[in-house]
Design a protein around this ligand. Structure first.
Ligand code: TIU
Length: 224
């Protein structure tokens, strides 16, 4: 892969990166959040809002793979014995089913269950990194930092769900670790449209205090 810098228009200013040092990070596009009967719905959310971004995510993923870029998939998931699920997380609120309970797609948010699988449209392929994360952020309780450092990754392009929860937490964790992060605004979604909009503003405010934001088209054009 050529080691040339690419620059795309972004907010609050252009985003420059090197494809060989960049990873496309797809946060938690798993059935638990996107399909009825999973964790997202047990929390009282309308999951149909999230499926709208799947075609844009598919386009970006296909282009990134064709360009030879590294792909990271994450899943929010817990061990079957729930030893990595803090009681505070399991017991909070009044969901219709709690983490670890049996649901229509198997045990809620538990590794290996049907609901915990990434949706088929965005399924990982050989050579891609898959991170099972017990928290909202992708570095907490995972070996992702080691895996990215081993590949000299410095730039992260974010897609996935939900914008203000796992995507934003992961971007903030990455920012504190020194990565430059770009959030693709048409490839992320929330159960709450106002929270998505607010998150995008928070990310790029104050001179990219957390990172950059852009629609996916400029990036598609740059790498195609
Ligand atoms: N509830 C919600 O909006 N999100 C999560 O619980 N996890 C992720 O964002 N993946």
């Amino acid at each position: 892969m050529p080691s040339t810098n690419l620059t795309i228009p972004a907010t609050p200013f252009p985003f420059t990166f090197e494809l060989a040092l960049a990873a496309l990070v797809i946060i938690d596009m798993q059935r638990d959040f996107v399909e009825p009967g999973g964790f997202g719905e047990t929390l009282g959310n309308d999951v149909s809002l999230l499926t709208a971004i799947v075609p844009a995510c598919q386009r970006m993923l296909a282009a990134w793979r064709a360009a030879g870029g590294l792909v990271v998939h994450t899943r929010e998931s817990h061990k079957p014995d729930l030893s990595d699920c803090p009681p505070a997380k399991r017991e909070r609120g009044n969901p219709s089913l709690r983490i670890g309970d049996d649901g229509p797609m198997g045990r809620i948010l538990v590794s290996g269950e049907p609901g915990n699988q990434i949706i088929p449209e965005l399924a990982p392929i050989a050579g891609e990194i898959v991170i099972d994360k017990p928290g909202k952020g992708m570095f907490y309780g995972t070996d992702l930092q080691v895996q990215l450092q081993a590949r000299s990754i410095r730039y992260l392009v974010f897609m996935g769900v939900t914008t203000e929860v796992c995507v934003q937490t992961s971007m903030r964790e990455a920012n504190d670790r020194g990565y430059d992060g770009l959030l693709l605004t048409d490839c992320t979604e929330s159960y709450f449209p106002a929270f998505k909009a607010a998150t995008i503003e928070m990310v790029h405010a104050q001179g990219a205090i957390v990172g950059w934001t852009s629609e996916s088209t400029p990036l598609l054009n740059a790498i195609s």
